[in-house]
Each structure stands twice: as structure tokens, then as C-alpha cells.
Design a protein around this ligand. Structure first.
Ligand code: RIB
Ligand code: CA
Length: 315
């Protein structure tokens, strides 16, 4: 008997690693992608939405796509052109988008999908949590239709945008606080594992050697993404967002530790930090399953297998 596919909504700010995560998700037979929503983060909402349409077109993921929040709930907007370029997905040329952007706010599309689907739906969030928080604020009646939230964000040891904060959480700490206090099953793929979800330059070339147009584009996305990280001393490209997809479909690649995690929304030095109570010192409810280890080689093999799903080079 074949296992039921996991119904998911993909929400992100493509973004090279979002693009790779979505490309893997589109080729993941254990998932049924019901909808995709964009959010401002790596670039402006106009650019992340256009990139989303291009990724869906490239991967043949013909699912409803809607544009999300243009700015965080409270914080001033911030983007990451130094990492992802002016377009938010600099590097290889992509096909002109043919997947339409619905004339519907992302939160309305999310709500419609949750209401209509017969079983709970998992949200995979790989950008700032603005859309997810807004959904929870506007549609509390739909919380029961959210099976879990798997997200790339945070880190319990260090940040990557400030010393204490990871980019997705830092862009919208108030949104993250709403999600972290929602009481929903949360699976956090933070920097503790996503910086281990590295692809090495030799692996970029091995991916390209798979031969398909998609494989070559993924390799070029990695090469562009690595150009920023190489300057920072990384030995490879951390494919942060793909780890959140892998955690959902192949949890055995990870070790999780359930902990009480709070989002710091004030302070001069730690705003946006995800503060995890590793030893349970404060007796607070353990609200997050935090990924604390990853099998990098198995993760890379999983990603290769998904990209290989796009076949050989077109003859
Ligand atoms: O800190 C890494 C995260 O921020 C990734 O999701 C990347 O795409 C950016 O959104
Ligand atoms: Ca992202």
C-alpha cells in the first residue's frame, strides 16, 4: 500500500536556497504541493514573487501561486542583495514565467487551501514568517487544519545576520513570536543544521553532470550562492531551505530535540534571537522540535536524487 502523500503549502522568499528547496519539493514523490506563497525577505515582494513564478515554471509545478506580505508586521523591511543579488535569484537565466500569480493575497490562498483540504496541511516556510503569522492572526479557526509547520529559521548557538539572529527570524521577529507561541507542532531547521547542509564545489559539478536543464540551473544557483559564502570562509554553499523540506520527508537524516524556544523581540544586541532552553531551566512548555544534527552526506544524496528526477539532458 503506497503511503499517503503529505499535503503542503510552500511559503518562501526565493532566494537561491528557497529555489533549490522548491525544486526538490516539486520532485519529491512523498509530497503533494497544494499551493506556493511568496513573502518579502531576500528581496522585495515583487522580486520574490516573480522568482517564485519562474521556479514553478522551470519545475513544472503548476499549482496556485499568490503574493504575500510586502513588509514585516512591525520591523522596517530589509533585504539581502549581497547574498542573492538584485533580482533575488541572480545567476542562470530562467524561463519566462507561465505560472500565473493569482489576484489573491497569499493569506487568502493559504486559508482557502486549508479550509478546502480534507486533512490537515503542513506549511513549509523558508522565509520570514510574516505570512504564516498573519494567517494565524486572521484565521484562528483554521489552526486545526495546519498539521505542522516546518521552517528554516533561527539558530540556538549563533546568528548569521547579527551575532545572535538568523536572517528569516530577524526580518520579522514579531511574526516569529506569533508562530512560536501558536501551540502548533513546530519543526525548526536552524543554522545549527542548515550550515551543515553544505554542498561542496565538487558537488555542484556532480549535480550539473546529471545533465538536465534543471540540474544545470541548480548547479549555477549553487555557484552564485557560494560566491557570497566563500568570501565568509564557508567551504561550501549552505542550502538552508532545502533542509526544511528534507526534515519533513526524511526526518531520519536529522536529530531533533524538543525544547522551549522563545524569540527575542527587543534588546540592542539580541533582537531576532531564538533563545532555546537546552536544559529546561525555566520549566516553560517545550514548543519547538529543534533540529540539532544532520547527516550531511545523506542530505546531499537526498538532494541529488530529487534533482536526478528531472531526467537527463534534452537531446
Ligand atoms: O538565513 C538563511 C535564510 O535567510 C534562508 O531562508 C535564506 O533564503 C534567507 O531567506
Ligand atoms: Ca529563504
Amino acid at each position: 500500500m503506497t503511503a499517503e502523500k503529505i499535503p503542503v503549502i510552500l511559503d518562501g522568499d526565493p532566494g537561491h536556497d528557497d529555489a533549490i528547496a522548491w525544486t526538490a519539493a516539486a520532485a519529491e514523490t512523498r509530497l503533494r504541493v497544494l499551493a506556493v506563497t511568496s513573502v518579502a525577505g531576500n528581496q522585495t515582494i515583487e522580486k520574490t514573487t516573480l522568482n517564485a513564478a519562474k521556479i514553478l515554471t522551470l519545475t513544472g509545478m503548476h499549482v496556485p501561486l499568490a503574493r504575500g506580505a510586502a513588509r514585516p508586521l512591525v520591523a522596517q523591511p530589509m533585504t539581502a542583495p549581497s547574498v542573492h543579488g538584485e533580482s533575488g535569484l541572480d545567476g542562470p537565466a530562467l524561463p519566462e514565467p507561465t505560472v500565473p500569480v493569482l489576484d489573491l493575497p497569499a493569506v487568502s490562498l493559504m486559508a482557502q487551501v486549508l479550509a478546502d483540504h480534507p486533512t490537515p496541511v503542513t506549511i513549509v516556510a523558508t522565509g520570514p514568517l510574516t505570512n504564516v503569522a498573519t494567517l494565524l492572526l486572521i484565521h484562528p479557526e483554521l489552526k486545526a487544519k495546519i498539521g505542522a509547520i516546518y521552517f528554516m529559521g533561527g539558530g540556538i548557538r549563533f546568528g548569521n545576520w547579527t551575532a545572535a539572529a538568523e536572517f528569516n527570524i530577524l526580518v520579522d521577529p514579531e511574526a516569529a513570536h506569533i508562530v512560536f507561541t501558536s501551540g502548533l507542532p513546530l519543526y525548526m531547521c536552524g543554522l545549527d543544521v542548515t550550515e551543515q547542509a553544505l554542498l561542496l564545489p565538487a558537488e555542484f559539478d556532480a549535480l550539473a553532470a546529471l545533465g538536465s536543464d534543471v540540474a544545470n540551473i541548480v548547479a549555477d544557483w549553487l555557484r552564485f550562492f557560494y560566491s557570497f559564502h566563500k568570501e565568509k570562509g564557508y567551504r561550501g554553499a549552505p542550502v538552508h531551505d532545502a533542509a526544511a523540506v528534507a526534515a519533513l520527508v526524511s526526518p531520519a537524516l536529522f536529530s531533533f530535540r524538543e525544547m522551549a524556544v522563545q524569540v527575542e523581540c527587543t534588546g540592542d544586541h539580541c533582537r531576532g534571537a531564538t533563545v532555546a532552553d537546552w536544559y529546561g531551566l525555566h520549566g516553560k512548555a517545550k514548543n519547538v522540535h529543534v533540529a540539532v544534527a544532520i547527516d550531511r552526506e545523506a542530505f546531499v544524496a537526498w538532494l541529488f536524487a530529487r534533482v536526478a528526477g528531472y531526467g537527463e539532458a534534452k537531446r
